[in-house]
Design a protein around this ligand. Sequence first.
Ligand SMILES: Nc1nc2c(c(=O)[nH]1)N[C@H]1C(S)=C(S)[C@@H](COP(=O)(O)O)O[C@H]1N2
Ligand SMILES: [Mo]
Length: 403
Amino acid sequence: MTQGKLTRRALIAGAGGAALAAPAVAKLAASGMIDLGLPGGPSLRPLTPAFPGKGEMIVQRIRPPLLETPMSVFNQGTITPNDRMFVRWNWDMPTAIKAGDHRVAVGGAVTKAVSLTLDDIASAGEPVEVVAVNQCAGNGRGLSEPRVTGTQWGNGAMGCAKWTGVRLKDVLAKAGVAPGATRVRFAGLDVPLTDGAPQFIKSIPMEIAMRDDVLVAWGMNDEPLSILHGFPLRIVVPGWFSTYWVKMLATIEVLTGGDDSYYVAKSYRMPAQPITPADKDFPTVAITTMPPRAFITSHVDGAVVARGKPLTLRGIAMGGDAALARVDLVGEDGLLLPCTLGPDEGLFAFREWTVTIPNVAADLPNIGARATNANGAVQPETLNWNPSGYARNVIERITLRAQ
Ligand SMILES: Nc1nc2c(c(=O)[nH]1)N[C@H]1C(S)=C(S)[C@@H](COP(=O)(O)O)O[C@H]1N2
Ligand SMILES: [Mo]
């Protein structure tokens, strides 16, 4: 972690506000269609370059926006450009924010409840930068077999950015955490679309909140957060699924017991033990940390490669909640080759891998890249199926044809 380039001064200078041209999202001209390879339902989605503030994205839903990153973007580098980062809002997203009026209320089990301006937040501690993967817990859900309910994402509900902000613990110190505090809960400015529906609020355990790399962030790849990504401030919890990375942060609440709010106690939960699709009434746990994953990005499924020649494959991998330890190329009968890792941009970042097959003698059926992290977690051969398709990390395979 180094000093942020997008400093407090830059935050305040750029803090007039942010707005999104809301009417423009009503109708989007599609530039084409993309096949996400979803086995259980319609697989084609429109691609559009016309969503305000975004480059070409896959449209899963327009309002509230659910935009997916095409896999080809991940072949261009380990940092996902801001205009290609996936977008996910559970409820409606405010489309204009006045930075000067924005306050973050810090309350609950604190010594003194405070209402903080952006200036107060930016000066709460030293600026910190963390490169970390932002991944939806439902990333790859649409690839589940049997099919599960929820947004039918391919694998593009993820991206990696450099986040700049101050430590959450420095912001908490402005209010003073009271004895007996157990969790810290966050709320954004967004509100439910239907009456009586639960607000999107999420909490993390105190010991996670106190980590040196858990941020109240204002910068994404050296730019202020856009509205879509949570202007003016969002929570960043490296190594945890981004459901906890609450955007448009407005409230920080220190809790003293458990959290029985809907999105922690009822939703975003996984079976405590592996289940089969027939199982009902099983105990669940909240999804929290991310497992390791790897993707081949240089070739798509079904691509033709030259027979009798060397072949270099390339892709990205992540360790999840621990450093990436290794990536291996695997075939149908197990290990083929160890891969070479590219530059290390941080424990929680995407990392490039490459491998060269010396001589392609025949077709390469069902090859995949398999990541192992520093805790010894290895991507599994079979899908850990669960009713919400959470935390997919089965080895992703493609077949290459030799000609
Ligand atoms: N305020 C607010 N924050 C939120 C959400 C939301 O609906 N409202 N969705 C969460 C979920 S489920 C995801 S996957 C990430 C998506 O972050 P992104 O849109 O910046 O990629 O935001 C998280 N933070
Ligand atoms: Mo998500």
